[in-house]
Design a binder for this molecule. Structure first.
Ligand code: SF4
Length: 395
């Protein structure tokens, strides 16, 4: 059953009313949620600290990324950049190197720029008000609310994808939650629920409820602390809400990456920060393949146009599959040999350098290219074995 966006008067199935009205008892709801959270909360490194900087870093890492992936990155990050000042003083390459594999690299660049701004404007201490937090690069309403409530105990809401799902169901709200008026109403409802005491814990509990029980499919309502109040549960609408807009169709993309060798070194390019894909990261020259273009031809074109290198395709390496947003990328890897070591950065390329294969681990590469780098090392090691065998057979 689909209805027009009319969140204050939701279209309900109307078979059964919930026992309680969620609009009338915000305090009881927040108490029940905190009781549940105290029993089930996961012990995570960023929950053992009140350091605003650590909380900020964890909140940025957790956007679009699962908790289990974030934990080791967070721990390494805090060792490498233990304070705002340490992050502000780091180079962009160092920061991206620590972030590599987490994806969405603009988050890492914004963290560093925001750290520099905090040093300049706030003496290296994260500001504690939402308005000041919002003035920093990369900090939007979600991050500002999370930092202000978790680190500083400010009574302010957060609304992320999990919260949208839980509140759309609790209040049985129809409409597209990414658009007004429902978007604004969700922030308002979240704000009404945040208690004066433990606002940060409440916000984390709400997100935890969405991540663990109030899941997109088959929510575990029987274990939910809000089951007796939840309107969607009572009315059999849980799996219909929220009414998210249809996702853009998946687009398959074929790309070729050139692993160009010259005198035991391989060429890598660093794209400008605002490049569409993998901006600011080191990578093998790569292009999207045109219709009917072979991987070999594409790799040679990538070398020529991005790095100014004339190279000939010699061997295929295993291709790498990579998904980012709606794109499913197949990256065909081709080993090429250059006729000369001269390079010239193409349009959108900041730098081109030659590196030994064992030096590639020192530069920041996106996960897909890191896998190509490992393939290259294996391929070179096998080539050495083949050469040694040939020599011994000839002697
Ligand atoms: S009762 Fe079910 S649908 Fe409602 S908030 Fe809890 S888990 Fe979500």
């Amino acid at each position: 059953m689909k209805g027009r966006a009319c969140p204050e008067k939701p279209m309900l199935r109307g078979q059964k009313n919930p026992e309680r009205n969620p609009n009338r008892e915000p305090e009881a709801l927040s108490r029940a949620l905190l009781r549940w959270y105290d029993q089930v909360r996961r012990d995570l490194p960023f929950r053992r600290t009140r350091d605003p900087y650590a909380i900020w870093v964890s909140e940025v890492m957790l956007q679009q990324t699962q908790v289990s992936t974030v934990v080791p990155y967070f721990e390494r990050w805090m060792q490498r950049f233990p304070s705002v000042n340490a992050l502000a003083a780091a180079s962009e390459d160092e920061v991206l190197h620590a972030w590599q594999g987490l994806g969405y690299y603009s988050r890492a660049r914004s963290l560093r720029r925001a750290a520099q701004s905090i040093v300049e404007r706030f003496e290296g201490k994260l500001p504690n008000g939402v308005a000041d937090l919002l003035s920093l690069p990369g900090i939007g309403p979600y991050s500002a609310g999370a930092i202000a409530s978790i680190a500083f105990g400010e009574r302010t809401p957060v609304v992320d994808g999990n919260v949208v799902r839980v509140l759309s169901r609790l209040f049985a709200l129809r409409g597209d939650p990414a658009k007004t008026p429902l978007k604004a109403l969700l922030w308002q409802k979240a704000g009404e629920l945040v208690p004066k005491v433990r606002p940060g814990d409440f916000n984390q509990a709400l997100m935890e409820l969405g991540a663990t029980l109030c899941t997109p499919q088959q929510p575990s309502c029987e274990a939910c602390p809000w089951a007796r109040t939840c309107q969607a549960h009572a009315l059999g609408l849980s799996e219909e809400l929220p009414e998210l807009a249809k996702r853009a169709a998946v687009t398959n993309v074929r790309m070729a990456a050139a692993l160009i060798l010259f005198r035991e070194r391989v060429a890598v390019v660093k794209l400008e920060a605002d490049a569409n894909r993998w901006g600011g990261m080191w990578q093998f020259p790569n292009v999207e393949l045109e219709a009917r273009e072979t991987a070999n031809a594409g790799a040679e074109r990538a070398g020529r146009t991005l790095a100014g290198i004339d190279a000939q395709a010699k061997a295929s390496l295993p291709s790498v599959k990579h998904a980012v947003t709606r794109f499913r990328i197949t990256l065909e890897a081709v080993c090429c040999v250059a006729s000369a070591g001269k390079t010239s950065a193409g349009v959108g390329v900041e730098r081109v350098v030659w590196k030994r294969a064992d030096e590639l681990s020192e530069i920041a590469m996106p996960a897909a290219h890191r896998r190509l780098a490992r393939s290259l090392e294996t391929w070179l090691a096998q080539a050495d074995v083949r050469k040694a065998r040939k020599r011994s057979a000839g002697s």
